[in-house]
Design a protein around this ligand. Structure first.
Ligand SMILES: Nc1nc2c(ncn2[C@@H]2O[C@H](COP(=O)(O)OP(=O)(O)OP(=O)(O)O)[C@@H](O)[C@H]2O)c(=O)[nH]1
Ligand SMILES: [Mg+2]
Length: 355
């Protein structure tokens, strides 16, 4: 049922939601950044939501506003108290179901939970929010939970813009557990890994003996492996798979944070193993905080993001020139056919007069 396309009632409510967004966005433009920042800090969800919309925009006026807001909320910085958890896995592995059930456990333990989704193909995001909200029905009704997709696609193909800023805004609003779900496959895993303190990979029972390519690459980035759907007839296969993954992990380079990667069996549907996972994760983070790995990871990520933002902004300023797009297409065509090498082409694109 959950995998069906949105019904016409849902599409209608999507349209209403979009209209509401536009109205509140228009209102938001007329208020002062200080007032806006204060509303975020006080936990006003619509102020937070509108600010996150800015993180998805490439309009210079929105970027300026975001910059001002980020500086204004910085005074309410609760970054160090928060834990950012990236969650990945193939489509259908049960990420949303897991987040619903894990999120509810975190609420029981007095945390405030924000859920962001990183979707490299943001064109269909409205559809997937609807899908996800139905899958995270209980969580989405909780006042201490905030669910928001964070589309990351841009005209230039950049994918990281926005997620880290959305995290900072959620933290300023008092959310201390940030769950970041990857949507789709490929680059979004890397983008999510780059802004999370802990990276959790959900796997399905079976398939443990074909650890190659992308799956292996992602496994090397993971801090914890969860075999989901370890229930019913899948249980014994899940146990076998866990043993295979454990064996494979022994052959891989050690985890960058210097700990062994746990493989745990869970069932998001039956709410099994989720508390064991949380206790394990909390233990890991506590260790990282005491041995400096936590701060180092955040520091490295911040430096990396700084570089990416500089690249993005310089590209954007070049892109703003009249004629740049035409020149881009022409240069691309030459690069593709080997008439010019990519290095020379990039230098030339940055330097040529287009106006
Ligand atoms: N048996 C079983 N089914 C599960 C479990 N977790 C999720 N499912 C089912 O698997 C299907 C996919 O679950 P989702 O949570 O939507 O998976 P997802 O990874 O978020 O999928 P995408 O968002 O499409 O990438 C749904 O029908 C769930 O009910 C589980 O622990 N056990
Ligand atoms: Mg999902």
């Amino acid at each position: 049922m959950a995998d069906q396309l949105p019904s016409s009632r849902e599409s209608k409510s999507a349209a209403q939601e979009a209209a509401k967004d536009r109205i509140s966005q228009a209102r938001s433009q007329s208020r002062s950044p200080t007032a806006w920042a204060n509303e975020i800090i006080k936990g006003d969800r619509s102020a937070l939501s509108q600010a996150i919309t800015l993180t998805e925009s490439s309009k210079p006026s929105d970027q300026l506003m975001l910059d001002i807001l980020l500086q204004a909320v910085q005074s309410n910085k609760k970054e160090t108290a928060s834990i950012r958890i990236g969650i990945t896995g193939v489509p259908g592995v049960g990420k949303s179901t897991f987040i619903e059930c894990y999120g509810l456990l975190l609420l029981e333990r007095n945390h405030r939970v924000a859920v962001l989704a990183v979707d490299p193909s943001s064109g269909i995001t409205k559809g997937s929010i609807l899908g996800d909200k139905t899958r995270m029905e209980m969580l989405s009704r909780e006042k201490n939970a905030f669910i928001r997709p964070s589309p990351t696609a841009s005209a230039l193909g950049g994918i990281t813009r926005g997620t880290h800023e959305a995290i900072l805004l959620c933290e300023a609003a008092g959310f201390d557990r940030i769950l970041i779900e990857t949507v789709g496959v490929g680059q979004s895993e890397i983008a999510v890994r780059e802004c999370s303190d802990a990276f959790v990979l959900l796997m399905l029972p079976g398939g443990g003996d074909e650890l190659q390519g992308i799956k292996r690459g992602i496994m090397e980035m993971a801090d914890v492996l969860l075999i989901n759907k370890s229930d019913g007839s899948g249980k014994s296969l899940a146990r076998e798979t866990a043993a295979q993954y454990l064996q494979a992990l022994h052959l891989m380079p050690p985890n960058p944070a210097g700990h062994s990667v746990a493989v745990q069996l869970i069932s998001a549907l039956e709410n099994q193993g989720i508390d064991t996972f949380e206790n394990h994760l909390f233990g890991l983070v506590t260790d990282w905080k005491s041995n400096g790995a936590f701060d180092k990871r955040r520091g490295d990520q911040a430096m990396h993001l700084f570089e990416k933002h500089v690249q993005q902004f310089s590209m954007q300023s070049r892109w703003g020139d009249t004629g740049a797009e035409k020149l881009w297409q022409a240069t691309m065509a030459h690069v593709q056919t080997g008439q010019i090498n990519p290095y020379t082409a990039a230098r030339s694109w940055m330097q040529q007069e287009t106006t």
